[in-house]
Design a protein around this ligand. Sequence first.
Ligand SMILES: Cc1cc2nc3c(=O)[nH]c(=O)nc-3n(C[C@H](O)[C@H](O)[C@H](O)COP(=O)(O)OP(=O)(O)OC[C@H]3O[C@@H](n4cnc5c(N)ncnc54)[C@H](O)[C@@H]3O)c2cc1C
Length: 449
Amino acid sequence: MFDIAVIGGGTVGVTISLDLISRGFSVVLIEKNRGLGLETNAKSLGLIQGGLTYLKSNRRLVKASSFDVWLLKNMFPDLLKKQEFVIPIFDWSKHSLWQWDGYLSEYDKIAETRMLPPHSILNKQEVLKKIPNLNSDAKGGAVFYEWKVEPIKFLREILLRATVQNQKTKFTIAANQKVLGFSKDSNGNIISVNCNNMHGDIFWPVRLVINAGGPWSPQIAKLAEVELMLRPTKGTSIFIQGMPFSYGLITFDKNGKYISILPLFEEQKTLIGPTNSDISQEIYDNPGKAMASAEEQEELLKVFNAISRSKYEKENIVGAQCGLRPQLCHTGVKPENISHDFAILDHQKDGVPNFCSVVGGKLSVLMRMGKETGDFVEKKFGRAPDWRLPALPNCDDKTKQLIISGYKKKFARNHWWISGFAFTSLWAKIRLIVPVIRAFLRRKKGEKQ
Ligand SMILES: Cc1cc2nc3c(=O)[nH]c(=O)nc-3n(C[C@H](O)[C@H](O)[C@H](O)COP(=O)(O)OP(=O)(O)OC[C@H]3O[C@@H](n4cnc5c(N)ncnc54)[C@H](O)[C@@H]3O)c2cc1C
């Protein structure tokens, strides 16, 4: 008998398991694939960021994520590598150089715990000297930094280190075992997780079950007769041979979505992506069927060619991948405005007292997600929370109120605007006005001199 079964050996499942074993819970981590972190986790760019993109929608999330990054960097200094990004500015760019100067000044301030150098602004000559392959009509560039990991290696490393540190705690990785159902007692409690592999059926008797199935979470919840809704968005990336740029670049697609261009030095390739689009019901029901479409690949190439001096053709694409971001369920908002925070859903209210789901976790919320899940589990077991790391800032993300777990569906569909999302994001935008005005005045002063 294990205290806890964690279903899904991805970013979320591995992180949660590590926190739980450090608190002395016996854990079985069940994963359908042969290895850990091979699904969404493997499609991630591996950026551990404060969240420049969230600056306009949720400042608290940027602060909380940046603190998380600080903790991760302190715990695993060798695994996080500094990634330099340049945002080149053209006549057609939506934001000017001084606007970026304003945004990035604010980002430096709010996200200062990331322990990275502050941003800098390059004029036309400087940016073309730094990035010779950039289109010559570039007007300048903004430079900033994030941390980056190799996602599969990162998960394996942190898992290895945690198991070495907690050798006395019972911890089993049940890889290559797909969860097919649950057995329940007369009170609706799950008494065993039922899996299957090539050798037959396997039953794991447990006290508590955590669903960390990423885009598959709704299907896993269904096995426990619980309705869980997500709003996954699809992210497609392409790879081209060679590295026309030796720095990371950020550019934008026709909808204004951030597209990264990342040189992959070891593989001598360049990654372009990811996209961010809604998915069909068919893909929602079968996340494994998500494919990088030809149109998405062409669109990404177009975005790349718009800023690159050397032009690439379809034939130069040497690979493509796509994954589904298992995000919280929001209706009435565009994919790019969906909350990037995670949530812990207690399915006691759905009639299964010892079942919960953790959804929406990414690399920049790992520590907070581990802590909050661990605290939640200790409460479930009637124990006082035992968190040994520094206190983490609370990220009161109003957008979480939009989470739908069955019964809230109707409410969220009709009233998303009163949930606080509109206010949080409006306030975040207002708070950006001052730094942008300051950057504008700095520029004017510079011109006069
Ligand atoms: C293109 C793209 C780029 C991204 N870039 C970044 C980034 O730069 N930084 C960042 O922080 N985040 C990024 N993300 C988001 C991040 O990758 C995800 O939020 C995160 O990986 C989700 O982790 P997860 O554990 O919920 O899901 P997953 O990693 O998919 O894990 C779920 C696991 O559950 C297993 N599973 C499913 N069903 C069953 C079953 N029945 N039985 C047993 N096991 C099962 C699956 O095999 C899988 O391993 C990106 C996402 C995408 C799509």
